[in-house]
Design a protein around this ligand. Structure first.
Ligand code: CA
Length: 671
């Protein structure tokens, strides 16, 4: 009897790990993840101190080799191992990055006891990340090595009372020339849970404000009670290239946001919506899903989790230099893409001391290849490099702008890039590439890899959101994936709410990667004569502040040649000198939809920038000694109540914090 009792105990031990062994916490112990398997269904939950951040939420994959969302057991959990790395990233918001995290691998098995997938949990002090590693399914005669993943059980169950800042997914084959989806809808600000966007969920990054409590600590460090507070949670994913599709989240019910794959109708119905995995004994990993958690938005705005978890996919074959870029299209539209006006813009870029000019659509027919090579030679003599616009098509939408049919196939693409290299072209902006399908992700990756052979930097527009690409592809510059400046030219409503949208981008969209916004207009109207067209409601100091707050290593600014004479001299002088290769970032204060105060560092010097979208002026008390030295002389760009900007000199007072007021639609820069 004794023997059989022991064997039962041993069999149970082999089938499941004890409850105590299922947790993994952050190095500082505050953030904890628990993984379990109840009734054959794997799940996880996340807590910060005593607060629930993600309630018990399902895990699992449904694939063409089996449904691995149920009838499973948690076979084992590895020891916790500490992982970490120090790496340099010259083309993102932070150049020198170090992280330390705890990792634990949970192995799930089928009813026959054979392992089918691992869940790898990675927990640092501000992020939880997890991925699946799927193994071949051993059948009687053979092993199943090819696998499509039709859906996932993966979800994020948010606690009751959570508020959301979410960007609805666009309907495939809608929008301009059927180019959607491309991450260009408006974020909701502080919405209650319950909606599913426009019926098809939300794109990343997704931000949640979760109700919580925190300890009240007195001056002596003693806990005297608790108070109500917020925990900020950002959901995103990373390490998606040709290896997988991009996903999004759909609201189901009871706080559940479920991971969802692209729709069949995306990308003109080209390519499958189900991503594929090549299985082997080593296992095939899915992308990392990331949950950034913090008591303040600092954790979100400063996170580097999207790069910590990826590796460079190839080495840079050329040296890539970043810089400021002029761009005629945003003020003068398609008709400006002719030789004479682009030459005027080359002269303008040179006068500003900027490194680049972006030549937009129709240059192939309005300028032509030979004269473009001539313009490039002229620009190079003036120290200006050219970026050229391309239409990605293809046969997945009806966008007619040229050059068309060059970027979607390897043979034509490489021929085009060889011409670019011979003409000294430095970069491309590839437009109308909407969709998150694996086939589309493969095309993004192929364009980047080919461009690296010819020393070409790449901006994507009308596109997906990058997922770790700054580190994966060294010639990657940025994606749009935001309702960008073009909408300020297209319609008045976007100008009316420009500042409100501007307060969320540096905290959220720009937190996960470089953002091709194309802003900082100094024109009052979006038109060549600066008299007609949509009316800009934001101040000139706002334009300066967003040149700092919005980050990408090649900024296409909307400043126009006429601004040399019709904009304030201090604004032009600022834009001449503003850096784009920020080496560090610091969140100071803010609330999405209301105001934001952040600082970015360039060559060891901080630039503090702020904007306000609320009707009442935002009064700030700033301790400048946190960024600057006592007695240091600084430039202060500020607005009065009528949005009239000015530049004054201030001295850092270590005893007295600086009091400033930012009016609605106004800004502030201190450097
Ligand atoms: Ca766009």
């Amino acid at each position: 009897m004794k023997t059989s009792y022991l064997s039962v105990v041993l069999a149970l031990a082999a089938m499941s790990v004890p409850a105590m062994g299922q947790e993994v916490s952050s190095p500082d112990g505050h953030l904890r993840v628990s993984v379990s398997c109840n009734g054959g269904k794997p799940s996880y939950s996340v807590t910060l101190d005593d607060n629930q951040v993600i309630k018990d939420s399902p895990l699992g994959l449904n694939t063409t080799i089996g449904d691995f969302t149920k009838s499973l057991s948690l076979a084992s959990a590895s020891d916790v191992k500490t992982v970490g790395e120090t790496y340099a990233l010259p083309n993102a918001k932070k150049h020198d990055i170090t992280y330390t995290a705890n990792e634990r691998t949970y192995t799930f098995a089928l009813e026959d006891g054979k392992k089918i997938f691992d869940v790898v949990m990675h927990v640092d002090n501000e992020n939880v990340a997890f991925k699946y590693v799927l193994y071949p399914k051993k059948e009687k005669r053979d092993e199943r090595l090819a696998c499509l993943v039709s859906s996932e059980a993966t979800a994020y169950t948010m606690p009751e009372g959570t508020h959301t800042f979410l960007c609805p997914q666009m309907t495939p084959q809608t929008g301009f020339a059927r180019t959607a989806p491309s991450y260009e809808t408006y974020y909701d600000f502080d919405a209650e849970m319950g909606k599913n966007g426009h019926g098809r969920g939300f794109t990343y990054p997704a931000l949640f404000r979760v109700p919580a409590t925190e300890q009240v600590v007195n001056r002596k460090g003693k806990v005297t009670g608790t108070r109500q507070s917020d925990i900020w949670v950002m959901i995103n994913e990373t390490n998606v290239g040709g290896n997988y599709c991009g996903s999004r989240i759909e609201y189901k019910d009871n706080g559940v946001y479920a991971v969802t794959y692209p729709e069949d109708t995306e990308f003109g119905c080209v390519g499958t919506s189900a991503p594929g995995l090549m299985l082997s004994a080593k296992g095939a990993p899915t992308p990392w899903r990331t949950i950034t958690v913090g008591r303040s938005l600092k954790s979100i705005a400063e996170t580097t989790i999207q790069w910590d978890l990826v590796t460079p996919q190839y080495k840079a074959k050329h040296e890539y230099k970043y810089g400021r870029s002029a761009w005629s299209w945003i003020i003068r539209m398609d008709s400006s893409c002719n030789y004479d006006e682009q030459k005027e813009y080359v002269d303008f870029a040179a006068a500003m001391g900027w490194e680049y000019l972006l030549v937009d659509a129709w240059w192939d027919s309005n300028i032509g290849y030979d004269r473009m090579a001539e313009l490039s030679r002229y620009a190079q003599k003036k120290g200006v490099g050219l970026f050229l616009w391309y239409n990605s098509n293809g046969y997945w939408n009806d966008a007619m702008q040229g050059p068309r049919g060059k970027m979607h196939r390897m043979i034509t693409r490489r021929e085009e890039m060889a011409w670019m290299q011979s003409a000294g072209i430095k970069g491309i902006k590839v437009d109308f590439v909407g969709s998150d399908k694996q086939q589309t992700m493969q095309m993004y990756e192929d364009i980047l890899a080919d461009a690296n052979d010819y020393g070409i930097m790449v901006i994507f527009h009308g596109c997906t959101l990058q997922r770790g690409w700054e580190r994966m592809y060294p010639n990657f510059v940025s994606c749009e994936a935001v309702r960008a400046s073009e909408n300020l030219a297209f319609g008045q409503y976007d100008n009316d709410i420009e500042a409100r949208c501007g307060t969320i981008h540096p905290l959220l969209r720009n937190a996960v990667g470089n953002m091709d916004f194309g802003g900082s207009a100094l024109n009052r109207h979006y038109s060549k004569n600066n008299e007609r067209g949509t009316l800009r409601k934001t101040s000139d100091v706002y334009a300066l502040a967003t040149a700092v707050l919005f980050q990408t290593p090649v900024q296409n600014f909307a400043v126009a040649p006429n601004n040399m004479t019709d904009a304030p001299a201090w604004a032009i002088d600022f834009m001449k000198a503003v850096p784009v290769e920020w080496e560090d970032v610091r969140f100071i204060d803010g609330y999405p939809g209301k105001y934001v105060v952040m600082a970015r560092k360039y060559q060891g010097k901080w630039y503090l920038a702020a904007i306000n979208a609320e009707e009442t002026a935002r009064e700030l008390t700033l301790d400048l000694t946190a960024l600057f030295g006592a007695g240091e002389k600084l430039s202060l760009y500020a607005d009065d109540a009528q949005l009239q900007g000015s530049l004054t000199e201030i001295t850092v007072n270590s005893k007295k914090p600086l009091k400033v007021s930012i009016p609605c639609n106004g800004g502030l820069v201190i450097k």
